[in-house]
Design a protein around this ligand. Structure first.
Ligand SMILES: NC(=O)c1ccc[n+]([C@@H]2O[C@H](COP(=O)([O-])OP(=O)(O)OC[C@H]3O[C@@H](n4cnc5c(N)ncnc54)[C@H](OP(=O)(O)O)[C@@H]3O)[C@@H](O)[C@H]2O)c1
Length: 269
């Protein structure tokens, strides 16, 4: 058994596993020898991924189709989680929207808070109890570089990601003495279905998009390499530089600059 599997196995639960960063977490964790529970709404996608993982790696893969915006997600997921020892939880499911907040459907904005903030905390509260008792394990919150800064056009999304970031940093300090590693993963632009759902288009950046956007596989590799070594993990040099430069700017300026960049990405959608 790999050291990673000893520390974070035998099972990992990954939300948002039907595509993008979450699906990549599932593949790479299976590669480390962890059994995986795959959570998202699209059952067909989850089943296809689970069977691919079981063919490729000597691990078990379970699917747990669920809408994580529901208030009773702990009960909904209970049957899939009750009989396994969970050593790693990856809170990855999330979505964003672009446009003026007052023109948005308020129920969609509320769903975003439920998915991006409520689901991670209630799942963590449920799953990390036994990690603390065992004195080992990990929880990853997929935040974003957007969590460091407000932005017009993505006011609610950035606020949810700021919540994930601060929550993860606080929890990391609470659980470190018990041997449980918490990480706030902060990707920048990543090629997944996120842009399409959020109404953004990376092609707006032209040749720069290759510099600014990353593949999900490299984001996940960075996260797993840093797990237990670093709490706040920003993927990519440009993203690190942007977050670093924000420290020296007045907040109104970083808000305005990010808003301009997002308007450009949204205009091409
Ligand atoms: N891509 C980026 O540029 C980027 C940058 C920074 C941070 N992030 C963050 O990375 C995380 C993963 O996003 P991604 O880029 O991989 O996007 P993605 O490809 O759109 O994946 C989003 C995942 O969330 C799941 N999901 C959405 N609504 C759900 C619901 N109501 N219940 C359960 N699952 C739901 C989706 O599955 P179903 O539709 O099957 O439910 C999918 O598996 C998100 O938290 C996002 O905020 C992304």
């Amino acid at each position: 058994m790999s050291k990673f599997a000893e520390r974070y196995g035998p099972w990992a639960v990954i939300t948002g596993a039907s595509s993008g960063i979450g699906a990549e977490f599932a593949r790479q964790l299976a590669g480390y020898g962890l059994n995986v529970v795959l959570v998202a709404r699209r059952r067909d996608r989850l089943e296809e991924l689970a069977s691919g993982i079981e063919d490729m790696y000597r691990v078990e893969a379970r699917v747990a189709p669920a809408d994580l915006t529901a208030r009773n997600i702990v009960q909904v997921l209970q049957p899939a989680l009750a009989d396994i020892e969970i050593g790693l939880l990856v809170n990855c499911a999330g979505f964003g929207t672009t446009g003026p907040f007052l023109d948005m459907d308020p129920s969609v904005q509320e769903s975003m808070i439920n998915l991006n903030c409520h689901a991670p905390i209630v799942l963590t509260h449920e799953v990390a109890q036994s990690m603390r008792e065992r004195g080992r394990g990990g929880v990853i919150f997929v935040s974003s570089v957007n969590g460091f800064c407000a932005a017009p056009g993505m006011a609610n999304y950035n606020a949810t990601k700021g919540y994930d970031l601060l929550f993860a940093e606080g929890l990391a300090a609470e659980l470190a003495p018990y041997g449980v590693d918490v990480q706030a993963l902060c990707p920048g632009g990543t090629y997944t279905e996120f842009q399409h759902v959020a109404g953004l288009d990376s092609r707006a950046l032209g040749p720069l998009s290759g510099l600014v956007f990353a593949n999900a596989s490299t984001v996940v590799t960075t996260s797993l390499r840093k797990l237990g070594k670093r709490v706040t993990v920003i993927h990519g040099f440009i993203n690190k530089l942007n977050v670093f430069m924000m420290r020296f700017m007045p907040r109104w300026l970083s808000t305005r600059l990010l808003g301009t960049a997002l308007r450009r990405l949204a205009a091409h959608h």
